[in-house]
Design a binder for this molecule. Structure first.
Ligand SMILES: [Zn+2]
Ligand SMILES: [Zn+2]
Length: 212
């Protein structure tokens, strides 16, 4: 991505209609996969739960210069077409922020031939056979207050739940995804980032966990 000439891609419009985030669970009950009574009880527990820090209604422009205490106040409506990780209000802001953003945009973890270290080192990944050391360091995280008692992520690699290219292969299909008891956002990110660029359907996503 050459500096300044990085092209901007418009972000898709907001969801077409307001939907109940608990709707996917209700649909499970409609399919007779679970006892409707169970779902009712389950939904009852969550009916009054609202996020402590709800997501901002409008994504701000990513042109933030922390060392200069300055930030663009306009909404970020155009995503960086190379990584789609950040969005800007204009090409000018993207150019201004390129010095900061290029370390993320060009990060080796984004390259198509990136592999986890356990693959390169030809060893069993620690999430398959945790050593005593791993167990100890993991259980100590909470004690140390590092994560405030929260689980930061799960113990398996992120998975793409839809796998559109080998499954439905319909780029306009709407999906309802329930990440039940899964506070591990990596699965959400992997699933969304694995959608083909021309996907134009709508995703209803429910994420919950004991400690979301
Ligand atoms: Zn801006
Ligand atoms: Zn980028």
């Amino acid at each position: 991505m050459p500096q300044g000439s990085a092209s901007l891609k418009p972000i898709p419009p907001p969801p077409r209609k307001e939907t109940d985030p608990l709707q996917p669970l209700q649909r499970l009950a409609d399919l007779d996969l679970v006892d409707p009574g169970d779902v009712e009880g389950f939904l009852g527990v969550f009916s009054n739960v609202r996020p402590v820090h709800p997501p901002p209604a409008v994504l701000p422009c990513a042109n933030v210069q922390p060392t200069r205490y300055s930030a663009c106040e306009k909404p970020g409506t155009k995503a960086c077409s190379a990584c789609k990780l950040v969005s800007y209000c204009s090409k000018e802001c993207q150019t201004a922020d390129w010095k900061n953003h290029k370390t993320v945009c060009k990060n080796f973890m984004r390259s198509s031939d990136w592999q986890p270290s356990w693959v390169i080192e030809r060893r069993t990944p620690s999430f398959m056979e945790p050593t005593d050391e791993d167990e100890k360091s993991f259980s100590n995280l909470g004690d140390l207050g590092f994560n405030g008692g929260s689980t930061l992520w799960g113990n398996m690699p992120a998975i793409d739940l839809i796998n559109l290219s080998v499954n439905e292969a319909d780029t306009q299909k709407d999906f309802s995804l329930a990440f039940v008891a899964s506070g591990d956002l990596r699965h959400v990110m992997k699933t969304i980032n694995s959608l083909p660029p021309n996907y134009s359907g709508k995703l209803d996503i429910l994420v919950n966990d004991g400690n979301p």
